[in-house]
Design a protein around this ligand. Structure first.
Ligand SMILES: [Zn+2]
Length: 415
């Protein structure tokens, strides 16, 4: 019997609207023509890359994955620490389930897979800018890739230019394609991110975004040429145009709830807003301090009622868990006004208009353009068009392709 095989390509911030003019995306167009599609895949809250990728591989929301943000809450630290290790996902993932069944696995720059070897046989983890500065790219990759892929990684290092895009995506794509050709793992995960990067820096739709889409289409072509049996392509979240940055911590400092040194380092805090793009998590120094909780709640309500504070809504964490499957050690979740991004620092002015078009995410996933899912291969029916799905449906669908489970809510896509 043939071993089942599946390649999942998460094209960061791919939107259904990107597929409208497929003449510039011939490889993706061939998948649309031969395969099936879900037009709108509901993401998780906050609609951020690392929490979304934990949810894609586990089928669980952030309240169960424990990955509620891109980065850890460390107000006193000088450096950023990402949620990026497989061990930080608090529930089983499709990688664990495949491994338990004796299948082989690979991941190339898929968030939340660092230190995932030997659960992941062929591992090239996502590395962050801070880590590269500390160790250098080559040392870092040598230390963090699985031993079985280091020779391949070394062979492809010339494609890299630090973390510049689209170089980094071509590097991880070439590695994923080489791993598929040489090792034929049952499950391969890869994550090109240049479309997201272009959206952040040049706006929701722009020439740079069009160019990035041409690049990712070429990457999809390279991956198809490596001969995977079944392919799922999806986007991880939407994007909204943003025109300004809001530093809530400047307001919290002005309210006497944060004290900072002149260089911006934090001396103490009673309340701290941890930015998640278009939303934020409000941490209290003591979650059990009811008087502080009430004081901050009244402040947030007052700011929201000003109308131009950047705050569109806020919820207690209990309500965020009940409504949106979001939980964590914070006390409030602040949803922005849909056109402002939150930032963490305390020193500059609270509101900073952008001078050029930008776009961002982290917002409630029901807002704005939605990501699609495409699938093709002998495991999938052709020409099925579903209007809605959820990124939580990807893990059960992938499990069924690999030979276990019923496929979940998207099981109708399966033969
Ligand atoms: Zn993303």
């Amino acid at each position: 019997m043939d071993c089942p095989q599946l390649l999942i390509i998460s094209i960061d911030a791919l939107l259904h609207a990107d597929l409208a003019d497929c003449s510039r995306l011939p490889h993706i167009a061939s998948i649309i023509a031969e395969g099936s599609m879900v037009e709108s895949m509901h993401s998780i809250y906050p609609s951020l890359t690392h929490p979304a990728h934990a949810s894609i591989i586990s089928g669980r929301p952030p309240s169960q994955t424990g990955v509620w943000s891109n980065t850890h809450f460390r107000p006193f630290a000088k450096s950023v620490r990402w949620f990026n290790r497989l061990a930080e996902v608090r529930c089983p993932t499709i990688l664990h389930q495949a491994k338990e069944r004796g299948l082989s696995t690979a991941a190339c720059r898929w968030p939340l897979t660092a230190e995932g070897w030997p659960t992941i046989d062929y591992l090239v983890p996502e590395v962050t800018g801070d880590e590269i500065e500390h160790s250098g790219m080559e040392c870092l990759l040598k230390a963090s890739c699985s031993p079985s892929v280091w020779p391949l990684v070394a062979e492809h290092m010339h494609l890299l230019d630090g973390k510049r895009q689209p170089n980094e995506d071509y590097f991880s794509t070439a590695l994923a394609a080489a791993i598929i050709e040489r090792h034929r793992p049952n499950l391969v995960l890869t994550h090109p991110a240049c479309v997201d990067s272009a959206r952040h820096h040049t706006g929701l739709f722009s020439e740079a975004v069009d160019q990035a889409l041409v690049h990712v289409d070429a990457m999809v072509g390279q991956l198809i040429a490596s001969g995977p049996t079944n392919i799922i392509i999806l986007g991880d979240h939407g994007h909204l145009p943003v025109d300004r940055a809001i530093a809530l911590n400047v307001r919290l400092r002005d309210a006497g709830l944060i004290t900072a040194a002149e260089d911006g380092s934090i001396l103490s805090f009673d309340a701290w807003a941890h930015a998640n793009g278009l939303s934020a998590h409000l941490y209290l120094a003591d979650r059990a301090d009811y008087a502080l909780h009430r004081k901050v709640e009244l402040l947030l309500r007052g700011w929201m009622e000003e109308g131009d504070s950047g705050i569109g809504a806020f919820f207690t964490t209990a309500l965020a868990k009940q409504r949106y499957g979001l939980d964590g050690p914070f006390s409030f979740v602040i949803e922005g006004d849909g056109h402002s991004e939150f930032v963490d620092d305390v020193l500059a002015v609270a509101v900073r208009p952008y001078k050029s078009p930008r776009s961002g995410h982290g917002h409630l996933p029901s807002l704005g353009h939605q990501p699609p899912l495409l699938c093709v291969g002998p495991a999938f029916k052709s020409q099925i068009r579903l209007s809605r799905g959820s990124i939580l449906d990807v893990a059960p669908l992938a499990a069924a392709v690999l030979g276990f489970g019923d496929g979940g809510p998207l099981g109708t896509l399966l033969r």
